[in-house]
Ligand binder design. Structure first.
Ligand code: CAO
Length: 415
C-alpha cells in the first residue's frame, strides 16, 4: 500500500527534539526525509543521555526513525553546493536552528527561492517576531513563556513544568500541520512559502483554556471549578489548579489501594453530572443523589473537596485497575495513573503500533513510541534511525554525483 506523502522530499535540517519530531511524523506518513548533519558530530542528541557507549542514544533514535542521514559541512563552499543541489530537489526544508543561523550559512529565504521557488521553508523558533525573537529556547523555557508553568502545580507551591514535551514535540506537531497545509496550498498556487511555528505560540495554543479562564476571572473575580473556591483566594491571574479539571466536569486524582508504597496507585476520577446518581450508588452514598445540597452540579461546586474525599474512601479499597473496571461499567469517566513501566508493558498499545519494538544494528532492540496518528490508507511502519552519514553516498548518487566526485568532496571535508 502507498503512503500519504509518497513522493514528498524533505530536506531535514533539524536537530534536538522539536524539529526532529516534525520530520519523523512526515517520514511516517511516507515522505522521503533526508537529514543533513555535520560529519563527525551529527545531531548533538546522538551522544546525549547515552545509555550504551558509542551507540546512538535513545534520545536520538526515538526521534529520527524512517529518515536517511547525509553528512554535509554547509559552511564549506563545496558543501554549500551540495546543499544547493538538495534544495533544488526537495519540496520542504525544515529547520530549527537558533534564529539567524540559516541566514548566516548563506541560505536566506530569498536565496532559497532563487534556487527553488516551490520550496517550503519551515522553522521552529522559540519566539515569534518581537522582543525575544533572537533568543534560543529549550523545552522548559517554552513551557514557562507559553503560560503552562504558571498554571501547573498546586496553589501553595511554585510553578511546575510538565513531563509532556509540549514545547518541543508539541511545536513539532504544529509545524508538521503547517507543512502539509503549505504543501496543499502549493498544489493550487505552485509557490512555496515560509511556515513558522514558535514554541511560545505552540504552548499557548495548548494552554488556550487558561486564557479563557483568565478572562472569566477578570469578569467574575472567582472560578467555582477551581480548588481555590470557596475557601481560598483568587488573585489577578489564573492560579495553579492542582489536579482539578478546571472544565465543566470536576475531577481530581484519588488514592487507590497500595498508594502507601506505589507512587502511581492513583486514579483520575471525574464527577460527570449525567452519571452522578451512579457515582452515589457505587460509593455507597445513595442519599446524595436526591439531597439538594449534592444533587446538582452547582450545589456540588463548593463541596468538591468533601465529595472527592468521600469518593477516595471508596477508591482506596480498590486497586486502580479494579476501580477502572467497576467505574467503566457505569460509564463513569476515570483513568488510572499509568507509570511508564506499565505503558511499556501494555499489550494493547503494542497491538496498535503506538508502542513499537525496533532493532538497531549498534544498540540492539529498544522500545519507541510509534505514530500516534493512524491513517487507514497510509499505515506506518517504524524503521530504525539512520547511522550518521549512512546514506551520504546514496543521496549524492541520486543528486548525480559520480563516485570520484563523492570521494573528492569527502577529501576536502565538504561531506
Ligand atoms: N554544517 C555546518 N554547520 C552547521 C551544520 C552543518 N551541517 N549544521 C548546523 N551548523 C551550524 C549552524 O550553522 C550554527 O552555526 P552559527 O551559530 O555559526 O550560525 C551552529 O551549527 C549551531 O546552531 P544552533 O545555534 O542552532 O545550535 P545550538 O546548539 O547553539 O542551539 C538550540 C540549540 C536548540 C537552543 C537552538 O538551535 C534554537 O534555539 N533553536 C530554535 C528553537 C528550538 O528548536 N528549540 C528546541 C530545542 S529542543 O528541540
Amino acid at each position: 500500500m502507498g503512503k500519504a506523502l509518497d513522493g514528498v522530499r524533505i530536506l531535514d535540517f533539524t536537530h534536538v527534539q522539536s524539529g526532529p519530531t516534525c520530520t519523523q511524523l512526515l517520514a511516517w506518513f511516507g515522505a522521503d526525509v533526508i537529514k543533513v548533519e555535520r560529519a563527525g558530530a551529527g545531531d548533538i542528541t546522538r551522544e546525549q543521555l547515552r545509555d550504551i557507549p558509542d551507540a546512538d542514544s535513545l534520545y536520538f533514535t526515538m526521534l529520527n526513525h524512517n529518515k536517511r542521514s547525509v553528512t554535509i559541512d554547509t559552511k564549506n563552499p563545496e558543501g554549500k553546493l551540495v546543499l544547493e543541489a538538495l534544495i533544488q530537489k526537495c519540496d520542504v526544508l525544515v529547520e530549527n536552528f537558533a534564529p539567524g543561523a540559516l541566514d548566516r550559512m548563506g541560505f536566506t529565504w530569498e536565496r532559497i527561492q532563487e534556487l527553488n521557488p516551490k520550496m517550503i521553508v519551515a522553522s521552529v523558533k522559540g519566539f515569534g517576531p518581537g522582543p525575544y525573537e533572537d533568543c534560543k529556547v529549550y523545552e522548559n523555557v517554552a513551557q514557562c513563556v507559553g503560560g503552562s508553568a504558571s498554571t501547573t502545580g498546586f496553589d501553595d507551591g511554585p510553578p511546575v513544568v510538565t513531563g509532556a514535551q509540549i514545547g518541543d514535540s508539541g511545536t513539532g506537531l504544529h509545524l508538521a500541520l503547517g507543512i502539509v497545509t503549505a504543501l496543499y496550498q502549493r498544489t493550487m498556487t505552485g509557490r512555496g512559502q515560509k511556515v513558522l511555528a514558535a514554541m511560545q505560540d505552540g504552548v499557548l495554543n495548548l494552554c488556550r483554556v487558561k486564557l479563557r479562564d483568565q478572562q472569566r476571572l477578570e469578569r467574575t473575580g472567582v472560578m467555582k471549578e477551581y480548588p481555590q473556591y470557596p475557601n481560598g483566594t483568587f488573585g489577578e491571574a489564573v492560579p495553579r489548579a492542582g489536579n482539578a479539571s478546571g472544565g465543566g466536569q470536576p475531577g481530581w486524582i484519588l488514592k487507590c489501594k497500595g498508594w502507601e508504597h506505589d507512587p502511581n496507585a492513583y486514579i483520575y476520577f471525574i464527577t460527570q453530572a449525567p452519571v452522578w446518581v451512579k457515582i452515589c450508588n457505587v460509593i455507597g452514598k445513595e442519599e446524595w443523589a436526591t439531597d439538594p445540597e449534592y444533587a446538582t452540579p452547582t450545589a456540588r461546586l463548593p463541596r468538591l473537596k468533601e465529595i472527592f474525599a468521600e469518593i477516595e474512601r471508596w477508591t482506596m479499597t480498590k486497586t486502580k485497575f479494579e476501580a477502572m473496571e467497576i467505574l467503566n461499567k457505569y460509564d463513569i469517566p476515570c483513568g488510572p495513573i499509568l507509570s511508564m513501566k506499565e505503558i511499556a508493558e501494555d499489550d494493547s498499545l503494542r497491538k496498535t503500533g503506538t508502542i513499537v519494538e525496533v532493532d538497531h544494528p549498534v544498540r540492539g532492540k529498544y522500545l519507541t513510541v510509534g505514530n500516534p496518528i493512524k491513517l487507514s490508507d497510509s499505515p506506518t511502519d517504524v524503521t530504525r534511525s539512520p547511522l550518521l552519514g549512512e546514506h551520504t553516498d546514496e543521496v549524492m548518487a541520486e543528486l548525480g554525483y559520480s563516485r570520484e566526485q563523492i570521494e573528492a568532496l569527502r577529501t576536502v571535508g565538504a561531506i
